[in-house]
Write a protein that binds this ligand. Structure first.
Ligand code: SF4
Length: 209
């Protein structure tokens, strides 16, 4: 079966928006670094609010640290006046419940699929409640993440006639490299592991503000 090209699908949507009214987009962000490129890319097309809901990040101190750098990233890109940050309180129990029984799964396996569903379900819920036109996630910037699994999770949460899923594969078009460049230019902290302690117990244990 032919693989879908989510970047091309996104480009088709963006070309229909160019120069017109900017629809409201709720962008789930996993961290400041991944959001840097996505915000730069999408801000001309959408009125964006950033949802920081990542109960997968362990420990809580690391969550606070990444939240700090998320806010910093928005300011560093001079988007404070137009991009609102919606930080969720830390709810590590949400992730613990979704990962139960999947602790030994390798990265890109069933635990990660559940982790995507958990975070995107909250994004879809808030997008629906807030009257946004669509929702998306920065997660597809990472070359370590399965874009097909992320897009499948997002599409399954979209409502017919309601909030729409914005497909993406942000690592295409040099998105990942651009995010590294933006972090270097603005001195943005880039963590060395995904988020949960299962993926990198040593790094999570050593994390501090
Ligand atoms: S490795 Fe990352 S995506 Fe997978 S479960 Fe852990 S935090 Fe979630």
């Amino acid at each position: 079966m032919q693989q879908r090209n989510y970047q091309k699908e996104l480009e088709a949507i963006l070309s229909g928006l160019a120069g017109g009214a900017r629809p409201r987009l709720l962008l789930h962000s996993c961290c400041g670094p991944c959001s840097s490129y996505v915000l730069e890319y999408l801000a001309p097309y959408f009125s964006i609010d950033v949802l920081f809901y990542n109960p997968n990040i362990q420990p809580e101190a690391e969550y606070e640290k990444r939240l700090f750098w998320q806010a910093y990233t928005i300011r560093a890109l001079s988007l404070s006046g137009q991009v609102r940050l919606l930080p969720a309180p830390y709810r590590g129990g949400d992730f613990a419940a979704s990962a139960r029984g999947l602790e030994q799964e390798p990265e890109r396996g069933a635990r990660c699929a559940a982790c995507f569903r958990l975070r995107l379900a909250e994004a879809a819920r808030q997008a629906e409640a807030g009257g946004y036109a669509c929702f998306a996630t920065t997660l597809t910037v990472s070359p370590h993440k399965d874009a097909a699994a992320i897009n499948a999770a997002g599409e399954a949460l979209a409502r017919p006639g309601g909030v729409r899923w914005l497909p993406s594969d942000f690592k295409k078009r040099g998105g990942y490299q651009r995010s590294i460049q933006l972090c270097r230019e603005h001195g943005i902290y880039r963590q060395s592991w995904c988020g949960c302690a299962y993926a990198n117990p040593g790094a999570a244990a050593a994390s501090s503000l």
